[in-house]
Design a protein around this ligand. Structure first.
Ligand code: AMP
Length: 277
């Protein structure tokens, strides 16, 4: 595995690399969710590029950025073991050089939910993902359904800007008790960690109700809120909603539907979703 930290090196390494090229963008603190993307990229492509960049422009609170876990040596070892060909670890000033002023701004799927909870977040995501795609020019880029609104934003971005890449969305990988893997899970106390799977349990219970024929969006969202309210360590619910997976508009009653939710536990915000089918 080659590690490069400048755009020039990345381009030079990829110039002769065999295609197809698969890209897996991450912020590091690698877990099984990230590794599932790498494994699929490895299965589909001749060259796998993984990136580790904790993108400051997608963080709101500076404390969240400062507290973000960065076990870089462990991350590199995990990527190497999974057959990553090139890992790109740019410093902040390589991605945002002096005088940087261009931002990719989206409305549409970036509005509401995570867009409300984290103002400016999706502009930061869209800008950095556009840069990573243009720097590496992959055939396919891999993202997790855990961050379904992010995937909707990225699909819109590549379509609107005619970036020639296929976007592959892979399933959410969960711990044994249902909690979705997330780099921020290490920030939970033991007590919070034990309580956290209640989020997925509430979403799953509504999926069961949906499958048994209860398909009223308001009732399902209310039922989910009621169940979340039973967990005392969930201090606040940011949102619970049924949305169209592609547009993140409120679900109209037809087409693929996602039940999305976010809760606060102390300084950590958990997000998760299930497909209602
Ligand atoms: P992050 O490092 O949190 O920016 O995540 C990098 C990529 O991994 C994104 O495409 C995420 O959606 C994906 N990802 C994060 N957690 C999971 C998970 N539990 N299952 C599947 N993919 C995930």
């Amino acid at each position: 595995m080659l590690q490069v930290s400048t755009v020039a090196e990345l381009r030079s390494v990829l110039r002769g690399a065999p295609h197809p090229v698969g890209l897996v963008p991450t912020m590091g603190a690698v877990h099984e969710g990230h590794l599932s993307l790498v494994r699929q990229a490895h299965a589909d492509n001749a060259t796998v590029v993984a990136t580790i960049f904790v993108n400051p422009t997608q963080f709101g609170q500076s404390s969240d950025l400062a507290n973000y876990p960065r076990p870089i040596e462990q991350d590199l070892a995990l990527f190497e073991r999974e057959g990553v060909s090139v890992v790109f670890t740019p410093p902040v000033d390589e991605m945002y050089s002096a005088g940087f002023t261009t931002t990719v701004h989206l409305d549409g799927p970036a509005l509401g939910y995570e867009g409300d909870a984290r103002p400016g977040h999706f502009d930061g995501v869209a800008t950095v993902v556009a840069k990573l795609l243009l720097q590496s020019l992959p055939d396919v880029a891999y993202f997790g359904r855990k961050d379904a609104q992010q995937v909707a934003v990225i699909r819109r971005l590549v379509s609107d800007l005619d970036i020639p890449v296929a976007i592959s969305m892979l399933p959410t990988i969960r711990e044994h008790d249902g909690l979705a893997f997330s780099s921020r899970n290490v920030l939970l106390s033991d007590e919070q960690r034990r309580a956290a799977p209640a989020l997925f349990r509430a979403l799953s219970a509504m999926r069961d109700r949906y499958r048994s024929g209860m398909q009223d969006a308001t009732k399902l969202a209310d039922g989910c809120r009621t169940q979340l309210a039973r967990e005392p360590l969930f201090e606040r619910v940011d949102y619970v909603a049924l949305v169209d997976e592609a547009t993140f508009a409120p679900w109209s009653g037809t087409g693929p539907c996602l039940l999305v939710a976010s809760v606060h536990m102390g300084d950590v915000r958990l997000i998760d979703n299930v497909v209602l089918d």
